[in-house]
Design a protein. Sequence first.
Length: 151
Amino acid sequence: MSKIEIYVQVNEEIKELKTIEKVLYGAIEKEKLENAVFNLIIVDNDYIHNLNKIYRNVDKETDVITFALEDEDSIVIPNGERILGDIYISIDRAKVQAKEYGHSLLRELSFLAVHGFYHLLGYDHQTEEEEKEMFKKQEEVLEAYGIRREN
């Protein structure tokens, strides 16, 4: 059985998280994963800026950053679980981007969470072809829950 742990490291209630959790479980089901385990961690701009600077050598905040454990050959997986890794989302950036794009915070957080999920699975968007494949998968998951840009 798959498991998503959600941690909120900001001092505010984020009512959208229950829906986002459902969307992520839907993505797991869509990808036919069994025993997948990962964390979704909501942080502020300062925290994600520090992660981005330390691990990517980029000295600014970002909206989402992932740490995919399956990229590491040395990871031993207990009990047959697929420990995918961690998805960090900046609630501050998500709020700004939702406003910039003219859609809801639910849409922005859902997009960032699903985007991070596909990064954990090894998808990327370095080339146009990779981006097309990854974004198609993301939109299919979001569409299944009625989460569109105008929401």
